[in-house]
Design a protein around this ligand. Structure first.
Ligand SMILES: NC(=O)c1ccc[n+]([C@@H]2O[C@H](COP(=O)([O-])OP(=O)(O)OC[C@H]3O[C@@H](n4cnc5c(N)ncnc54)[C@H](OP(=O)(O)O)[C@@H]3O)[C@@H](O)[C@H]2O)c1
Length: 251
């Protein structure tokens, strides 16, 4: 990564590696669910994909931050369409990254988690090739665990009760998860926002106008009211702007 500038707070040139090594989530303040942070990259016109993939929007520091956030999370939640479209790979492959997690008191690899009401999950993606990867699938339909090297744990829930907040509480109570990183997509983000269970948003604004009408914005679906955000940091590298927001809740 070339040069990273912090624009807010305290403008400064940053040592990217030192900065990323210190990225942490705040200690979970609630008992009923983990701390939840969304991480997304979007074009300047707010689109989260170009021809169905996020790769054209990303950049070296964006990828480095993406991995640093994974490095700090107990679990990574991902939408079923993103899992399939992005051909999800094992979450942490680099032995040095696994060691760094263990050094911080975390499991070597975060738990991967998907929520599906239809029971349609693409088990052919490379995520399921990794024997050290636990994947928890909350399903609203009966679903057999696939015969794949990963440790796939299917939790069947009543489809009517299958809300993201239910999955989050179970991750907390049954898997000891304190921090969840949600890597999108927009549809899942929308469900989490409507349930009022998002604490932070990491948004990378890529220097591009995607002009892709089919691509979704960062959060899809109707919101009851605009969600107020509080700026926690603003960085710049490779002409991309990196925003970290706290999601403030009304009442
Ligand atoms: N730019 C970025 O940072 C970024 C990040 C991620 C993805 N993407 C892009 O976004 C696209 C995929 O996003 P997407 O929004 O189409 O899909 P998505 O959010 O990845 O997955 C949507 C699926 O989540 C499941 N789901 C479970 N509970 C839900 C609930 N309560 N409400 C709504 N959905 C629920 C649904 O499956 P069931 O019907 O089975 O319940 C639904 O089809 C891809 O093109 C990907 O490349 C971009």
């Amino acid at each position: 990564v070339a040069r990273v500038r912090r624009l807010h707070p305290d403008p400064a040139e940053l040592d990217a590696d030192a900065f990323l090594a210190e990225v942490r989530f705040p200690a979970a303040a609630r008992d009923e669910r983990p701390h939840v942070a969304i991480n997304m990259v979007a074009s300047v016109d707010g689109r989260t994909a170009v021809r169905g993939l996020s790769a054209p929007l990303t950049s070296p520091f964006d990828r480095a931050l993406f991995h640093a956030l994974r490095g700090a999370a107990d679990a990574v939640l991902v939408g079923t369409r993103t899992l399939a479209a992005e051909r999800y790979a094992p979450l942490v492959r680099d032995p040095a990254r696994r060691e760094a997690r263990v050094g911080r008191g975390l499991a070597p690899v975060p738990i991967a988690c998907v929520v599906t009401r239809s029971g349609q999950v693409d088990f052919s993606v490379p995520l399921f090739d990794e024997p050290e990867q636990t994947v928890v699938v909350f399903s609203g339909r009966p679903l057999a665990a696939p015969d794949r090297p990963a440790d796939v744990q299917v939790v069947e829930l009543d489809a009517a009760a299958l809300e993201p907040s239910e999955a989050l509480s179970l991750l907390r109570s049954q898997h000891g998860v304190d921090t969840v990183l949600c890597e999108g997509g927009a549809t899942l983000n929308g469900a989490l926002m409507r349930a009022g269970v998002v604490d932070e948003l990491f948004l990378s604004v890529a220097p591009a106008l995607a002009g892709d009408r089919a691509a979704l914005p960062v959060v899809a679906g109707e919101a009851a009211a605009p969600a107020p955000l509080e700026l926690r940091w603003m960085l710049e590298a490779d002409d991309t702007v990196f925003l970290r927001y706290g999601v403030t809740r009304a009442g």
